[in-house]
Design a binder for this molecule. Structure first.
Ligand SMILES: Nc1ncnc2c1ncn2[C@@H]1O[C@H](COP(=O)(O)OP(=O)(O)O)[C@@H](O)[C@H]1O
Ligand SMILES: [Mg+2]
Length: 299
């Protein structure tokens, strides 16, 4: 190995040339509909990569291909140079964890229990030893609980450990999903619209959380329609339009790309399209008006 230097300003680790995740020619057809068409995407160690695109562009379908929920019609997905089998539990075991666009928590379990479920793939103790509750199980259980509490602390949910997850406000449920995903000790975390339904303050907090996750050495691939979130956060952004990768580049390059602007024009982002933006514009206008009033009143 040559030039094994690390510096906080250059992202790639010594093995930086080897992507954590490498999707090649991934195509997903549903009958006559091609939801994802020949998409290539790499995520490198310690990178935060954004995946954006209009509603129905195929972003979630692509995630489902990466995580074994779907078997791609064509193409391969490798994680650390190993081809992934299209089985969700094997993908999780390999080191990829995800959250869902539509939150999937165990509503009647506590916050802590939800994280412990996520921990399950990483504990050696199998179902039998859990049932028999032998000494190995007790020890593993203690360790799992310790780690789960650590993750709740990390995501700011420690004081809610005993609450039923269904009683958490929406934003905290999204955080809990992240904590649960982290419980499998992933090398790559996939987030599908982590700030959907969050207020601006929660969104900023999620930005910081994703950075902290990256700083722990976990690569992140994130789908979001909040462009400010994406362009603030991501080292690189890929744009999907009608199942195809339109372009890929740094936040600055993608923001300035006329094709990206054109792809979005007239195509509302998913979620409640424009409502937040509209409120922001109105607030900004109100502020501007107030300022204008002030200056008018000032002689
Ligand atoms: N299981 C499925 N069966 C049939 N069509 C699907 C399925 N999942 C997604 N699609 C279609 O694939 C396209 C892409 O959807 P999706 O991946 O959810 O887009 P995005 O997440 O970018 O909004 C849409 O036209 C959607 O209707
Ligand atoms: Mg989606």
């Amino acid at each position: 190995m040559t030039g094994m230097t690390t510096s906080p300003t250059t992202t790639p680790a010594p093995d930086g040339t080897h992507p954590v995740l490498h999707a090649t020619g991934v195509t997903m057809r549903f009958g006559g509909l091609t939801a994802v068409r020949s998409v290539d995407l790499a995520v490198h160690p310690r990178e935060i990569v954004g995946l954006i695109g209009p509603n129905g562009a195929g972003k979630t379908t692509f995630f489902n291909c990466l995580t074994g929920l779907y078997t791609p019609t064509e193409g391969t997905v490798t994680y650390r140079d190993t081809v992934l089998p299209p089985k969700p539990h094997l993908v999780t075991q390999a080191g990829i964890a995800r959250t869902f666009q539509n939150i999937r928590l165990f509503a009647n379990m506590t916050v802590l229990e939800n994280v412990l479920v996520g921990r399950h793939t990483r504990t050696k103790e199998g179902l039998f030893s859990a049932l028999l509750r032998g000494p190995g199980f007790k020890k593993a259980e203690r360790e799992s609980t310790r780690r789960a509490m650590e993750l709740l602390d990390f995501t700011g949910l420690a004081d809610k450990a005993d609450h039923l997850s269904r009683n958490l406000p929406y934003g905290e449920q999204r955080k809990l999903e992240i904590a649960r995903a982290l419980a499998s000790d992933p090398g790559l975390l996939l987030l599908d619209e982590p700030t959907a339904g969050m207020n601006p303050q929660e969104t900023r907090a999620t930005e910081a959380l994703v950075r902290a996750i990256r700083d722990q050495g976990i690569a992140v691939l994130v789908i979001e329609h909040d462009m400010r979130f994406i362009f603030n956060l991501c080292d690189r952004v890929a744009v999907l339009v009608q199942g195809e990768k339109l372009t890929e580049g740094t936040s600055d390059a993608v923001q300035a790309d006329e094709r990206v602007i054109a792809a979005y024009l007239g195509t509302p982002f998913e979620g409640a399209p424009g409502q937040e933006e509209l409120a922001e514009v109105e607030a900004a206008e109100a502020q501007a008006d107030a300022r204008a009033d002030l200056t008018e009143d000032t002689p």
